[in-house]
Write a protein that binds this ligand. Structure first.
Ligand SMILES: [Cu+2]
Length: 157
């Protein structure tokens, strides 16, 4: 925000909506990128073999940490659902793996052993372009993975 924009907000400070807007603008910005922990579980609130949370909204620079809460899982990026310029990630079975997101867009994640059982996650970084969302929705996945991914893509805002 420029000084000119700040002054503009202050000039209309008596309007209730602008006071709310000013409060939002005054909220402290995070000083550091965040670590976001995603559990890999045999059973979660969305059923069997899940990433929890399965929809992750992150900012460039955040670190997504996939942790093997239950055994026999891994996390890896879906090559067909990876933003341009992003580095593919492949975690080993039963090992924690961290992915620092360096490019905005949509990152599809799968657990290799349970991909056909629908064990997928979606990481939204920043604001994806409308075309990126269309492209992600067109990616072909196994039926159960497609069902969950469709629900995850519907959460992109
Ligand atoms: Cu798994």
């Amino acid at each position: 925000m420029t000084r000119g924009e700040q002054r503009g907000v202050r000039m209309v400070r008596f309007a209730p909506v602008s006071i709310a807007a000013l409060a939002l603008l005054a909220a402290p910005l995070p000083a550091h990128a965040r670590d976001i922990v995603v559990h890999m579980k045999n059973m979660g609130k969305d059923g069997a073999m899940v990433f929890e949370p399965a929809f992750i909204k992150a900012k460039v620079g955040d670190r997504i940490v996939f942790t093997p809460t239950d055994p026999s899982h891994n996390a890896e990026t879906l090559p067909a659902m990876l933003p341009a310029g992003a580095t593919p990630m492949k975690g080993a079975l039963n090992k924690e793996v961290a992915m620092t997101v360096s490019a905005p867009g949509l990152y599809g994640i799968k657990c290799m052993p349970h991909y056909s059982m629908g064990m997928v996650a979606l990481v939204q970084v920043g604001q994806p372009a409308a075309a990126d969302l269309v492209a992600a929705k067109a990616v072909k996945l196994p039926p159960l993975a497609a069902k969950r991914m469709t629900a995850l893509l519907a959460r992109v805002r």
